[in-house]
Design a protein around this ligand. Structure first.
Ligand code: URP
Ligand code: ZN
Ligand code: ZN
Length: 463
């Protein structure tokens, strides 16, 4: 099957021009102006922006926080509806089991359900010696990235400095990228207890007990651990000016230190947590939402490339049942919020349409850089000959309001409810197949494929 997409504004990280894309089977066969090619299907993309399918490198399907678990792969059509054709999901190590066994078990579970292409990060839940011995062989199963949580004292997945240091040492010769959630767990633990002792139980105290300094300190410490290990490091969901500057400065001094931020940290703020009637719980995520000063710093960082990617950190918890587990004790509110479907519209509207970032910068943050970080490039994340034909046709003039009624994540709220958008995906192609057409999802369960990541990604190569 050949499809010819004609006269769209094709955007890559380095160029934009009005032209055509020829798709043959699952791949891009040709790109150029006025392609004179025959095709079974010719699509007029005049007035539309042609983007690579999104790569969301930070999602949590089936993630448990105390007794609550996020919605799983049955909701992965939310990715396609939002123009994301590949997600890199966090696969939690099963306690008592190795990472390789855990990943293989998870892959079996995902395969019949996935509605977008996918790759995985391993998440350390059991930092035993066996795990550190296993890290160098993890790329053999197509997983070149491992995340450690430095933030959640008392949780099974919390890792202390020695675990992070050992992981960095084990990873570096194998090209495995160590990713960390950097917040000082001890400071948070003390601050949480102080709040609760004073009867400060509402969602806003989530932010009070996780001030920016806990992120600044831990990010700086993680960078020192990486320096001592002689390994690259990637800091996930950066939210504070101090953390961002620590990453930028280390990189400028020649260290392989990189980071991402997430959509919600760019557009929402701490005030959301103060919403009445427990509405604030919808916005409980870690690190916590910040003030305008930090948001402005994050916009500057993504514009200038000091932070490499914008992810969703998607967590499909619902509000009425799961978030309410923390009513009367903010420390029991499940951390995380949905956002997979909304990443394109939020970043395009607030970034491109409002003139904060260029279209080319958007493409890098949205698809190209995350594909490189996770060893998926150039198969994913770029419109180029030989790459998978993952393509979004976006109407930059379509306006509307984000609402949960149009969301596929199957929770009872949308983090961006009521936000006006400017720009919407009209058609989405996954490996050459039309899977979303003008509001209609055409994807079926099991159609998504596993895409193995290669080791020695962007954090090792530097670009
Ligand atoms: O609040 C968040 N971000 N929840 C998901 C787990 C994590 O820390 O990334
Ligand atoms: Zn995290
Ligand atoms: Zn996360």
């Amino acid at each position: 099957m050949r499809t010819l997409i004609k006269n769209g504004m094709i955007v890559t990280t380095e160029s934009e021009f009005e032209g055509d894309i020829l798709v043959e089977g699952e791949k891009i066969k040709a790109i150029g102006e006025n392609l004179n090619e025959s095709a079974e299907e010719v699509v007029n993309a005049e007035g539309l922006v042609v983007l690579p399918g999104g790569v969301d490198e930070h999602t949590h399907f089936n993630f448990s926080f105390k007794s609550a678990t996020t919605r799983g792969w049955e909701t992965s059509n939310a990715a396609i509806a939002g123009g994301t054709t590949t997600v890199v999901d966090f696969c939690n190590q099963e306690i008592g089991k190795g990472m390789i066994e855990s990943v293989n078990n998870y892959l079996q579970k995902i395969a019949p359900m996935a509605m977008c292409d996918y790759s995985l990060h391993g998440v350390v839940f059991d930092p035993s010696d066996k795990l550190f011995e296993e890290i160098p062989s993890i790329p053999e199963i197509g997983v070149p990235t491992i995340k450690l949580f430095m933030a959640y004292k008392g949780m099974p997945y919390h890792c202390d400095d020695s675990a992070v240091f050992k992981a960095l040492l084990a990873a570096k010769d194998a090209g495995v990228t160590i990713m960390v959630h950097a917040e000082n767990a001890d400071m948070i633990d003390v601050l949480q207890k102080l709040c609760l002792q004073k009867g400060q139980v509402d969602p806003i105290y989530h932010a009070v007990s996780r001030p920016p300094v806990v992120e600044d300190e831990c990010t700086t410490r993680a960078i020192y651990l990486a320096k001592a290990a002689g390994a690259p490091i990637f800091i996930v969901h950066v939210t504070s000016r101090g953390a961002m500057e620590a990453i930028r400065n280390a990189y400028n001094e020649g260290m392989p230190v990189f980071g991402e931020t997430c959509t919600h940290y760019l557009v929402l703020d701490t005030e959301c947590l103060a919403k009445p009637n427990f509405e604030g719980a919808k916005y409980v995520c870690s690190p916590a939402l910040r003030s305008k000063e930090h948001r402005d710093a994050l916009w500057e960082a993504i514009k200038k490339g000091w932070l490499k990617a914008v992810s969703s950190d998607h967590c499909g918890f619902d509000w009425s049942k799961q978030k309410h587990l923390g009513k009367g004790d903010f420390t029991s509110i499940p951390n995380g919020a949905p956002g997979l479907q909304d990443r394109l519209q939020v970043l395009w509207t607030e970034g491109v349409a409002k003139g904060k970032i260029s279209r080319q910068r958007f493409v890098d943050l949205w698809a190209t850089a995350p594909a490189k970080i996770n060893g998926l490039f150039p198969r994913k994340g770029i419109l180029s000959v030989g790459s998978d034909a993952d393509i979004v046709l976006l109407d930059p003039n379509e306006k509307g309001i984000i609402t949960n009624a149009n969301s596929y994540h199957q929770t009872d709220y949308n983090t961006y409810e009521g936000m006006e958008y400017m720009g919407a995906p009209k058609k989405v192609y996954l490996r050459g197949k039309l899977v979303y057409d003008n509001g209609k999802l055409l994807i079926k369960e099991g159609q998504g494929k596993f895409v193995p990541g290669e080791p020695f990604g962007l954090c090792y190569r530097g670009a």
